[in-house]
Design a protein around this ligand. Sequence first.
Ligand code: ATP
Ligand code: MG
Length: 777
Amino acid sequence: MNVAFYQGKTISLSTYERELWQALYLASLNNKVTCIHCHMPVQLQLSILEPPTFKHSQLTDQCLEAANEMEKRLQQPEHDTTQVANGFQLPKSRTISHQHKNRPSHVWKKPEYVEAIPPFQAIQHTTNGNLSGYRKELYQRGIHFDESQWEAVTTTEGPVMILAGAGSGKTRVLTARAAYMLTELHYSPKKLIMVTFTAKAAKEMKERMATYPKMNQSLLNQLMIGTFHRIFYKILLHHEPKRWASSLLLNMDWQRQAILKSAGREIDIDEKDFAYDQALTQISLWKNHMLTPELVKTTNSWEEKILYLYKRYEAIKKENQSFDFDDMLLGAYDLFKKHPDILSRYQRRFTYVSVDEFQDTNKIQYELITMLTKSNNLCIVGDDDQSIYAFRGSDPSFMLHFDQAYPHLKKVLLNQNYRSSHEIVSTAHNIITSNRTRFQKQLIAQQHSEQLPLMFYPFNQEEEATMIVQDIKQKVQKGHQPNDFAILFRTNTAARALIERFIQSSIPFQLEMDGESFYKRRTVRKVLAYLRLAFDENDTKALTDLVGALFLKQEVTQEVKSLSITEDCSFIDALAKVNGIQPFQQRKLRALPAKFDELRRLQPYEAIVFIEREMGLADYVKKQGNEGNKMDRGSDDIKDLKEVAKLHESIEGFLQYIDHMTAKFEEFRLQRSATNAVQLLTIHRSKGLEFKHVYLIEAVEGGIPHDYALEALRDGDKQPLEEERRLMYVAITRAIDTLSISIPSKRRGKQVQRSRFVREMNQLSTRKLTHRGGTST
Ligand code: ATP
Ligand code: MG
């Protein structure tokens, strides 16, 4: 039914402001929305496939009739609120609230399917009848290989490059190839190195291999398999155990940041207001490019500051004899350069090297791997369309130009996709063919599905999250397993609403992301500091943040604390009494107590607007905008925070909600081992993985492609947009059975355009590569 009673008013979903649906949904979870006839609680259903409705646990005919009657009456231009409707009388005081004006984004829109799919042509596999030997044994265990795959498995000597699209069995081939060398060719496991992109991938490969014929655990235990870092760190530890003792590793971000901060103080960078996390990323990027501080060429003042920090960071590490993750690879490179005898020992030992996900190799990794493989028995595997780590220095051209380093390179192209339906593969293909810098390849799906990729249209992020959670809940009730589902997002901040809805649901979920809770982000903390101090005058943490936001030196915090004791007043009143600062600052501080009085009277959303406009936050954010980087803007965080604020009526309630969500976030992030749980992960982390059902959120301009790429495009740089397109490709190709793409109408409170990639995927690619016999361009 469409009508219910809420906050003393009768409301109808056909006219109720869409912006308020989420608050209504949350209220209905707390039994605060009731049936207009029997007054029993009703729940608002916001699902992907069905129009919204109030669900009634004990629906009677009378309830339904009353609701229908009321709905009809509400449709009439003038309705008499005192009339009797099927025995139910609407009191005069019960008004119809929050009517919208039928703007398109405010009306629930039916989901649509991607229909730009070429006809599917079934493929007849002819080879399987006359298999023999090892391949037959594998086949009998359900591990199949097509001709090209088998060629790659058995080409063990010389340089080989397997270049192929997503889901074509690249990782399976690498696994089988190693097993083949161990159990068929009886190579010693000590001769093999297998580089994987993540530790998880290494573990999965070993597990897969354990199921292969004639394999035994002792062979697997001797195998050198893992990430670049793991493998080269092991080598370092062997030769220079003291220098590389794990106790000297700067394992955590905060440890590395602490060094940068101490260096930052030397040039008067304010610790609280400098994006040290971004500085670390930049330093790491330089190191991955093998650029020592002397080789770095800066292009702006932000980079100049970081270069200073970089120099000091390296010097301080040297003094402390500590090292970071990047040093592991650089250290191994130095070791080999300084000790050719050690290098040649490894060259003689590791005669069979393979690297998965080679498209994301960076300079130092490329140098190390080519240095090590003198035997030339190197097998690299990758898909240039899935190169998504440019920000860490990865560069697919190492792969695409590999034949320059290895002129006798054998190239194997795999062209069947064994993971996804034809409909999903075609959708991904429609998008990726718009990229200019790529190696064209075929990808032919094995089966087709009745289920076309779905596009659905929530109002905003909040509704998006609710719809997905409800959809999964319904499917789990029907027998699906939670770990059949994955929800992919472009950035951690995009997942805020989603994480919160999962926390509120009973569905088990696992969060795979780095970074802190949204509410602990620098700018968000500043806004919250104002709100907290408005209600807790002695919140010392909030005071520290507020002092930063007001551009005061951190020493002022101490002075305010002392003044609050000697003058027996609140921190806010003490701030107004601070001396020894610039007159304009003093004027600002003197006005604060009255402003805080005003702030206390406001609702959360209005309060944030007030803090921005009247209490100096806008200035702070502006300064951050200059300092910060394009990936991560403080002003965006405030916009996101305002969206949460809209769901709350009091500042105290808002802060309680935030504290609860922050605590829960930490709890879930630590809980790494959840089994059978819905996976929430960034697209970056989903690389190489597959899930039966995939949801991709925020497919809008600014979401994916990310704002920073659009900005680069406006400045004439197309590369970031191409990388975003690859990210979209990776996301889509994770799906085995179903793919649901969310296209919200609003983002950060503003109307947004659907992603250009959505437009592309709805246009049949002119390069018809998805069926056998298609032309390879
Ligand atoms: P990505 O590009 O995402 O890393 P990939 O090319 O490494 O993908 P795999 O993960 O190895 O692909 O394989 C994709 C899926 O297809 C897996 O479930 C794998 O077991 C299955 N698969 C691979 N080859 C075959 C085959 N010949 N017959 C049946 N299934 C296969
Ligand atoms: Mg793979």
